[in-house]
Design a protein around this ligand. Structure first.
Ligand SMILES: [Zn+2]
Length: 109
C-alpha cells in the first residue's frame, strides 16, 4: 500500500487550445498534441472505449478504439473525439505516474 511515494503527474492545458500538457513531479513536461496520443493519455486518466456513447448499449468489445467497432459501427474518429473530450474534462487532475516519466514502457503494445 506504499502508493504515496509514487510520483504523480498532472494534466494541464496546452499552449494552443487543442493540445494538452502532462507535467511530471520534477517539472518535466510532455506535450500531447497528436490524435494518436489522445487515447493513450485518456486511458491513463481513466478513459476506456466502454464509456463511449453508452446510449448505443454497446461495450465495443471488438475494438480498442483504433479500428471501427464491429458491433455498432463507431469509427476510430468517434473514439478519438471522445478521448479528447475526456482529456479536456480531466485538465487539472493528477494521477500516479503510470510510467510516462519513470521510464516504464507504457507505450508498449
Ligand atoms: Zn460498439
Amino acid at each position: 500500500m506504499a502508493v504515496s511515494n509514487v510520483p504523480r503527474i498532472r494534466l494541464l492545458d496546452g499552449l494552443y487550445g487543442w493540445d494538452f500538457l502532462l507535467r511530471g513531479h520534477h517539472g518535466q513536461e510532455l506535450v500531447i498534441q497528436f490524435d494518436w496520443d489522445y487515447r493513450l493519455f485518456a486511458q491513463a486518466f481513466g478513459w476506456s472505449v466502454e464509456r463511449v456513447r453508452p446510449e448505443l448499449g454497446c461495450p465495443h468489445e471488438s475494438t480498442d478504439g483504433t479500428v471501427p467497432c464491429r458491433s455498432c459501427g463507431l469509427t476510430p474518429a468517434d473514439f478519438l473525439s471522445d478521448a479528447c473530450d475526456y482529456l479536456t474534462e480531466s485538465v487539472g487532475r493528477s494521477i500516479p505516474d503510470p510510467g510516462f516519466f519513470t521510464g516504464d514502457d507504457v507505450f508498449g503494445s
